[in-house]
Design a protein around this ligand. Sequence first.
Ligand SMILES: Nc1nc2c(c(=O)[nH]1)N[C@H]1C(S)=C(S)[C@@H](COP(=O)(O)OP(=O)(O)OC[C@H]3O[C@@H](n4cnc5c(N)ncnc54)[C@H](O)[C@@H]3O)O[C@H]1N2
Ligand code: MOO
Length: 406
Amino acid sequence: MISVEHHRAKVTALLDRPVTQDRPLADCAGLVLAADVPAGVALPPFDNSAMDGYAVRSVDVVEAGERHPVQLPVAADIPAGRTDVPALLPGTAHRIMTGAPLPSGADAVVPVERTDGGTEKVRISAPADPGAHVRRTGEDIGPGAVALAAGTVLGPAQLGLAAAIGRDRLPVRVPPRVLVVSTGTELVLPPEPLRHGQIYESNSVMLVAALRGLGCRVDVVRCVADDVPAFRAAVEPRLAGVDLVVTSGGVSAGAYEVVKDALTGAGVEFAKVGMQPGGPQGRGRWHGVPVVALPGNPVAVLVSFEVFLRPALRTALGHPDPDRARVPARLTEDLTSPAGKRQFRRGHYTPPRPGDADARVGLVGPRGGPGSHLLAAFTQANCLIVLPEDTTEAPAGTVVDVLLLG
Ligand SMILES: Nc1nc2c(c(=O)[nH]1)N[C@H]1C(S)=C(S)[C@@H](COP(=O)(O)OP(=O)(O)OC[C@H]3O[C@@H](n4cnc5c(N)ncnc54)[C@H](O)[C@@H]3O)O[C@H]1N2
Ligand code: MOO
């Protein structure tokens, strides 16, 4: 039996060939930036008004007040987008809109609410300090500064900044193209009615959703029979276009272990990992393509994804924090776990509240038993409870680690 860490390191090494690509911004959300991006322009690129109002010289409105407004001729109108802005002469005002360039000679903006809104001449009833309501060139980011550093996860704000500095593409770590293959002669797809002994296929649906959630492009081959020639015929022709194959089923100790039988000796190693669920696992390369072979039980598939594939893929994608958040929590029920195996139980975590006796530790209760077929219970879970290899009993009240599923 091999350890969770050993298998995880092997799976991570299998995927650690980052590919970078320049992509349109619209296709970068959630991905990781592969290189520093310098600001091509300053932000703001020019001094501009933060308010709809009047650009003035602050010295011209020093005396302005509600009872004694200062009247100035309005010499120009500057909507946002005007590129030929005339200079402001002493003793005059320019009507100006938010985002419009501040005319040279002006050093402040009086909001329209502090004026009578005139267009020929304007009565100004409040003074303005130098710099009032002016957004200075480079105040947000200076030209040439690193706007986004390599390793940044590109969310809406980061993509917005890239657009604002004039980028339409960014260099990103490219998620792999994955082929998901579910195996099992018992598997059928709706609308076919179930005959006794058959079940509806669900593993590939989970894997496709989980992989797409990481940005992977995913193809799928569902319900491959437990027959080695059938498996080869279904998968081999599709290897050329993919960076990773993820299979489910056919890896344990039975008489018809199609994935194990097809890939043993062909570059993929199979082993029992000291964990529950997700004991039987395989990984390696087949015709040079990385293969991760997961067991068939649905809960084992999802737990294996969480423990091995998700962190390995996030590492390959350059995420600074490939792992789920791990927090302590107090068990609300007694749990048991097999000796020598790390158990990942599906749980529901409630964070601590300020008034709680122990405000640092939340509560966690199991959802369903340890059986790796209990998928309905998984849908009620928001975390995995981790019981270490040397734990066989964890009574209610024990503080355990939980992985938050987000
Ligand atoms: N003698 C032993 N038997 C088993 C062992 C063992 O160590 N010795 N390990 C058990 C564990 S743990 C698991 S997990 C399973 C893994 O077996 P396989 O990977 O060979 O998976 P299958 O036998 O093909 O399927 C297991 C289970 O899951 C259902 N299944 C499979 N694929 C799907 C799918 N795509 N959608 C929905 N359900 C699926 C399948 O019908 C079986 O019920 O082996 C144990 N046995
Ligand atoms: O992967 Mo199996 O759960 O350990 O049923």
